[in-house]
Design a protein around this ligand. Structure first.
Ligand code: UDP
Ligand code: MG
Length: 310
């Protein structure tokens, strides 16, 4: 029986890559066991002609191509959520439009689900060659930290590129939180998952929209959303400095009783004040990050706003 495969494709300023992506996918279509393809492009508030390209494609192939255009840039996570919500297929693939996610792998993913009985077939990058060493260093550190302190395993090098069954997609849609960290959400829902090897490749055209700073903020979000360990760290640091100052106070009182008072030691006092103040600010910062998340969730704002769709 023929099934429908939905392709969820977030696009942000991708006017050059959209037509290339469609061509590449139509090329691999015959290898997909006669299953139908449905394209769900999400225009994430692009400022170039991405939407125009999408409209042209839609007119060319109105039966299979759909697009959802946001009122502004809401970020890839929001785009993925929108795409999953609009998808109707029995299987859903999440793909970047820049062809860094090799379309040829779709056939192998399909085999993993239909023949081997997996619910999810994802891709995992095994080497980081071609990436600046400093970026690899910080990525490695991020994965080490988050896997130590979070109960949801987040494997190093796992990409968003994956094929999922309807059941998995429906479970992900139910997680309607505002602060979305998809890598964590995909892992949190569980299901039988297989990872295919993935070799790094360059995008066909255009530029990446991820700066180092954006990636850093993204990893902080990942940690705060999938672990409360930093909160315990805050209390630990607080407790530690409290015990430290009790010992110091005891020491000072004894010294005063034995040797009498003096104005000596103002430098050490200033140091201690600064140290304790620093610790307090540090802990406040951590708590603040969680409160900010609660605040954003409590507003129940929509994850995205659609301007037009077809
Ligand atoms: N993207 C998006 N919204 C954004 C940033 C990126 O929808 O705010 C899309 C982008 O069009 C691409 C995918 O997310 O399809 C991955 O982005 P990119 O190639 O810039 O990231 P990289 O591959 O360098 O991690
Ligand atoms: Mg890319």
């Amino acid at each position: 029986m023929n099934k429908l495969i939905s392709l969820v494709v977030p696009c942000f300023n991708e006017q050059e890559t959209v037509p290339l992506f469609y061509k590449a996918l139509e090329k691999v279509k015959p290898q997909l066991r006669g299953n139908e393809l449905e394209y769900i492009f999400i225009d994430d508030g692009s400022r170039d002609d991405t939407l125009k390209e999408l409209k042209d494609l839609q007119q060319e192939d109105p039966e299979h191509v759909h697009y959802v255009s946001f009122s502004r840039n809401f970020g890839k996570e929001a785009a993925l959520y929108a795409g999953l919500s609009y998808s109707t297929g029995d299987y859903v693939a999440v793909m970047d439009v820049d062809l860094q996610d090799p379309p040829e792998q779709l056939a192998e993913m399909l085999a993993g689900i239909e023949d081997e009985g997996y619910d999810v077939v994802g891709t995992r990058r095994t080497d980081r060659s071609g990436e600046p060493p400093i970026r690899s260093f910080f990525s490695n550190m991020f994965y080490k930290i988050i896997n130590k302190i979070s109960n949801t395993p987040i494997l190093d090098g796992v990409r968003d590129y994956r094929l999922m069954t309807r059941q998995v997609v429906d479970s992900i849609i139910k997680l309607s939180e505002y602060n979305r960290f998809s890598k964590g959400l995909f892992s949190w829902v569980g299901f039988k998952t297989k990872y295919l090897e993935y070799q790094n490749r360059d995008r066909v055209a255009g530029n990446t929209s991820w700066s180092f700073w954006k990636l850093f903020k993204y990893s902080l979000d990942g940690i705060v959303n999938f672990s409360d360990a930093p909160l315990s760290l805050a209390s630990f640091v607080g407790l530690f400095s409290f015990i430290g100052s009790c010992i110091a106070m005891f020491f000072i009182i004894i010294r005063k009783l034995i040797y009498g008072g003096s104005v000596d030691g103002w430098a050490s006092i200033v140091t201690i004040v600064l140290l304790v103040g620093g610790m307090q600010l540090f802990c406040l910062g951590i708590v603040g990050k969680y409160i900010a998340n609660i605040y954003l969730e409590a507003k129940h704002r929509p994850i995205y706003i659609v301007r037009e769709k077809k």
